[in-house]
Ligand binder design. Structure first.
Ligand SMILES: Cc1cc2nc3c(=O)[nH]c(=O)nc-3n(C[C@H](O)[C@H](O)[C@H](O)COP(=O)(O)O)c2cc1C
Length: 204
């Protein structure tokens, strides 16, 4: 069973939320790499037609005040992020009544960190990063499985594929939602203007 102590390293008293740096607060909410399975987050991008697109990706790590995720360079989301380098992500922990939403500006992450993140991924995800291609997807299940098994057997050690790409999301707005089994839920929203954060407490 997931509890706040298995998901989070620390938290602070909600009474302190008005004074805390939200970048630090987020580091309390996001588990350190390796401490727990990487959280799944909904990632929204702006598509060329002006409509948002959303999908789930793993939160690779939260480091130096930025949320990092990894994907395939040929994916639609990468084209969207290159055209409009802005995004929003949301992670929910319904079991413990938490959600955090972040929106902000996108930049590429550093290649040496991309390699570290790849090395941390389990074998299945390392293989998937190589074999998640249109050619393999078009095969019937038998050939798809045979292609996977052959590649797996031929590559006991894997490096990141050339299409493995990391992005950093630097927050400009963070909203921390806390459920409360004894009463109404509550949000604390931080917005960055210039170098200052403004904070608001909102209904959940
Ligand atoms: C549990 C789960 C985890 C996923 N993790 C990732 C991920 O870390 N990176 C990624 O590119 N896609 C991940 N995906 C697949 C994406 O949701 C999406 O289908 C894919 O990246 C293509 O998205 P796009 O065409 O919008 O770019 C994951 C899907 C699920 C259901």
């Amino acid at each position: 069973m997931i509890t706040s102590s298995t998901v989070f390293g620390h938290d602070c008293d909600p009474a302190e939320y008005a004074d805390i740096d939200p970048v630090r607060l987020l580091s309390m909410w996001i588990p350190a790499p390796g401490a727990a399975p990487p959280p799944l987050m909904a990632l929204a991008t702006v598509a060329e037609d002006g409509y948002p697109r959303a999908r789930h990706v793993l939160l690779s790590e939260y480091r130096d005040g930025a949320v990092r995720f990894h994907t395939d360079a040929t994916s639609a989301k990468v084209a969207e992020l290159r055209a409009t380098p802005r995004a929003a992500v949301t992670v929910a922990w319904p079991e413990i009544g938490r959600q955090v939403s972040v929106c902000g500006d996108i930049s590429s992450s550093e290649p040496q960190h991309d390699r570290t993140v790849y090395a941390r991924r389990g074998r299945y995800l390392q293989l998937l990063a190589w074999l998640n291609t249109p050619e393999v997807a078009a095969l019937d299940p038998e050939r798809r499985h045979a292609t996977w098994a052959r590649f797996d057997a031929e590559h006991p050690q894997l490096e990141p594929p050339p299409n493995w790409l990391g992005f950093s999301l630097e927050p400009r707005e963070l909203t921390f939602w806390r459920g409360d089994p004894l009463g109404p839920s509550q949000r604390t929203r931080y917005r960055r203007t210039d170098d200052r954060w403004t904070v608001e407490v909102l209904p959940g």
